[in-house]
Design a protein around this ligand. Sequence first.
Ligand code: AGP
Length: 576
Amino acid sequence: MCGIIGEIGKVNVMGDILEGLKKLEYRGYDSAGVAVFTDAGVRRVRAVGSIAALEEKLRNDAPAGTLAIGHSRWATNGKVTEANAHPHRAGKFTAVHNGIIENAAALKAEYFAGAAFESETDTEVVVKLLDRFYTGDVGEAIRRTEAVLTGSWALGILCDDCPGTLFAAASGSPLLVIETGNGRCIASDAGAVQDPVSVTKLENREYAALTANAVTIYNEKGEPVQKAPLTATAGALTLDKGGYEHYMMSEIMQQPEAVRRTLAAVPDEDYIRDAREIVIVACGSAYHTGLVGARLFESVRRIRAHAEIASEFRYADPLIGPGTLCIFVSQSGETADTLAALRLAKEKGARTLAIVNVPGSAIATESDEVILTRAGREIAVATTKAYSAQLAVFYCLALGKTEALGRLPEAIYTAIAENDEKCRRVAERIAGCRNIFFIGRLLDNAVSQEGSLKMKEISYLNSQAYAAGELKHGTISLVEPGAPVIATVTDETILTKTASNLHEVKARGAFTIVIAAKHLADKIEADLTLTVPDVGPLLAPSVAVVPMQLMSYYTAKALGCEIDKPRNLAKSVTVE
Ligand code: AGP
């Protein structure tokens, strides 16, 4: 995920751009750069590393101008080098980009075979296309470029022929047009701009032209459109959505950063120590992370472990005691059943550890030890970023902070970027179904439980998650023609088994969707294949859950459901 910002004003905007980039740094800080329209034309300054490295470069030679764009990069296409840092330039165009152009290689071959490229990025292909399609009308160049792109983009664009205009275009990545007292800006999220007076979100394939005195937004046909801004007075919560329509989508997008922050914050302590057995106790999605954690403790640390639903545990007179480590997982830290289970565990002499997102919450304060997830405030009732942060803690506890774990945030980002559009499209099909099935084995089954809950709680469609091998013991009788069966396959050792389960349901008319690790995708047949980065089977739940979240979100959206506050639910269930 990257952060972009741009401004056109009446005075030098460089200070605003750099301050904005600092506020966007959470979106990635592999490299940063600015492009400023100076009296001598467009000048670029780029640096590998954080914004501070860019500021250092600018200290003695800061170009000034009333029109500029800036970018903080999290490398997805191309290594972390200055040549790959944004802004990218080609001909008369300079641009910054957040998103992934899935067909960049094909476009490069089709339009620029043999041409010299200064970078390895997909963004440079976009800038070259803008220049290729430019015949004097920037809007037309944007429309023609967007017509050939596949993937996601939020673009800030400068054209050498237009020193008084900042251009912006977006599809699939957030981009806000923000008016302030000093000028007109574009940004990946509203928090990057001082004192916003009004905030307007660019919808898919809309583009904008911002001058010092006006903003014009166009639809993909090039017709000016009037859009109601999300004014600052709409309440801070509106702005908190980062320009997305729902908190849930904003929080899905925040997952890479939530995981990155959580991994950085988990203390290097041996919380497991002398535990002879581990019992993970939680509710809902938190319980689902416990299913993953328990599997990892047993398969990697070879410690007996299992997950229990808190409302069952608290009345089961569980066989626990001083040799037991009880881990309580809770986003809110206030869930009544989980809190009661914690108190029972302490009465029985078990050691207690909490994994909680809200500091100072009851479960955090009453546990012997606590590990805080760093997901930030989670508004949507359907948890996403807190779930992912909880998984990150379990990986640290069971596997340690491995190098592969350090790459997980970027893999989650890629899973989002590469599946968002496909999940949006397949949702229309799922929305018309009565029963939806999620199947998998072992960790793929554990994450399928979470996918099924996401689908149920926001789309109100009946969804069930089953161990793939269990279907034929009864549930398969529910599989009717057209029923979506979503299989997750991230572990090659069990691929053929799940593949045969898919054949069984296909034979009964199911619409099969597979969520597969990229290197396994061509080994399993389905009506629709969604691929996620290969992070190894132990970490796979964190990337496999992403298409499930996205399919659930878009299915609920297609059905017109109230996504952030689903009926009958609450963000924290503080009663039995
Ligand atoms: C998840 O999307 C639900 N909102 C729900 O299952 C939730 O995970 C459960 O109520 C537990 O809440 P907690 O994490 O705050 O304890």
